[in-house]
Design a protein around this ligand. Structure first.
Ligand SMILES: *Cc1c(COP(=O)(O)O)cnc(C)c1O
Length: 453
């Protein structure tokens, strides 16, 4: 029998609703708090920086939310995304297990970020917003927003983490090509940026700092809003199209995953693929393990503390209940820039606390080894971020072989690495350092967390 290696859905089969895990969570997420009064904040507190429709989604308890037609129209240009069985990788490993991956790199942005960028730009447009500010780490989010904003006629200003701005000039130019303005962060444009530069003129920047800068600019103008590419509930909601499609695709294989894996930055691509499967666990008695893989240099899930903390370095966001390394923690300059975030989204934090998902951490070099093995057998060069999911999948296959069993392993290939070729060059030259944060370093970072009295 001929093996199926590519599982496609027709346009008609594309899901028309996003899935909201809050409806099925046994313990609902704790509320965001006002940093000074420590009272739960209402939706109004977010209105200065986000459009109303996204705020409604942020606090929604509805299980399914309709995807607007205008968003569906753009989704159709690249969705449904393919799900592959990695038969050549399986052969190279000599594994008895089946390895599947959902490929989210086949769109204009080269990553899953387009799924929420399009939705966010659309809702801002509908509410008359003229300009959006945002942050970007490795540049995938900025690229995703640049095109989406241009499509809906909105200006975009991107604060790009300085280390990535230097490491990845191609991403900056792609954003310019789609019509966005890009500034390295920390910058002198904002008070938050200037404060950091005073302390350290050479600061490599962090996502937390870039978020503060973007929020500061947005909060000063009623026609400018802010947009975030991960972490928040509405972002995770938009990404569930990945897992909803994957469920339909797995059904066409007569197989079902024993384990679903995603790399972890703030939680959006992991949750996007995992939450629809988590629903099957919670509601339909399935027993799929859901594994988030994070860098050992930024281990909020595996070593961080579950507590109320800020989402950005200057403390402009509400206090959020999450696993964190501290809002002003600046991670090592690893090449998976999209994973250099100090905290984890509220929804993922709660389901991890409730042991409904698992987390593990990995060193950078092992992930690049996995990415190169994957590229040579499957023909796609993975984003450095996605290489953490690959390393997680390889672990599962090897473990199953040692145990003498065959498992079905599904991971999300969140993006391609065409703009990350210089990171691969460093890997080939043997110049890619491994960095692990020790428990003592984590404890020290956490002991430094300062919240307002
Ligand atoms: C941004 C990004 C990530 C990390 O962000 P999450 O919100 O955790 O998904 C992972 N992979 C790619 C390709 C990215 O662009």
């Amino acid at each position: 029998m001929k093996q199926i290696t590519k599982i496609l859905l027709s346009e008609k089969e594309m899901p028309r609703q996003w899935y909201n895990i809050v409806a099925d969570m046994p313990n609902k997420p704790m509320p965001p708090l006002h940093p000074v009064t420590r009272e739960p904040i209402g939706p109004d507190a977010l209105a200065a920086v986000f459009p109303m429709e996204l705020i409604k989604q942020e606090v929604s308890q509805e299980r399914y939310i309709d995807i607007p037609e205008e968003v569906v129209d753009l989704y159709r240009t690249y969705r449904p995304s393919p799900l592959f069985r990695a038969v050549n990788l399986e052969k190279a490993l000599g594994t008895k297990s089946k390895i599947y991956y959902k490929y989210e790199g086949g769109n204009y942005s080269g990553s899953h970020k387009a799924n929420t960028a399009i939705a966010q730009a659309y809702y801002n447009k509908k509410e008359g917003i003229k300009r959006i500010t945002t942050e970007t780490g490795a540049g995938q989010w900025g690229s995703a927003m640049s095109f989406a904003c241009h499509h809906f006629g909105i200006e975009l200003l991107v604060f790009m983490v300085r280390v990535s701005y230097t490491q990845k000039p191609g991403r900056k130019l792609l954003m310019n090509a789609y019509g966005a303005k890009v500034v390295p962060s920390p910058s002198t444009m904002t008070e938050s940026g200037r404060r950091i530069l005073e302390l350290d003129p050479e600061s490599p920047g962090s996502l937390g700092i870039a978020i503060s800068e973007a929020m500061e600019v947005a909060s000063q103008d009623p026609y400018t809003k802010y947009s975030l590419g991960s972490v928040l509930n509405h972002v995770i909601l938009h990404q569930t199209i990945i897992g909803q499609e994957a469920l339909l695709q797995m059904a066409k294989t007569d197989d079902y995953p024993d384990v679903v894996i995603g790399c972890f930055g703030g939680g959006s691509n992991f949750s996007g693929i995992a939450f629809p499967f988590l629903r099957e666990n919670l509601v339909n008695g399935k027993k799929t393990r859901l594994v988030a893989v994070e860098p050992a240099s930024c281990p909020k899930l595996t070593k961080g503390k579950f507590m109320y903390d800020f989402g950005d370095s200057a403390g402009m966001t509400p206090l959020l209940p999450m696993y964190t390394l501290g809002h002003d923690f600046i991670p090592e300059k690893i090449h998976a820039g999209g994973l250099r975030y100090h905290g984890a989204g509220v929804l993922v934090s709660q389901v991890l606390k409730d042991k409904l998902i698992e987390a593990k951490s990995k060193l950078q070099r092992e992930c690049f080894e996995g990415a190169v093995l994957f590229a040579r057998n499957e023909g796609i060069l993975p984003a450095p971020e996605s290489s953490y999911a690959i390393a997680g999948a390889l672990d599962e296959a090897r473990k199953a072989d040692i145990e003498g069993v065959s498992r079905s392993i599904l991971f999300n290939l969140s993006g391609h690495g065409h703009f990350d070729i210089s990171a691969y060059e460093k890997f080939f030259e043997g110049n890619l350092p491994d960095h692990e944060m020790t428990t003592a370093e984590v404890d020290e970072a956490i002991s430094k967390i300062k919240l307002p009295d």
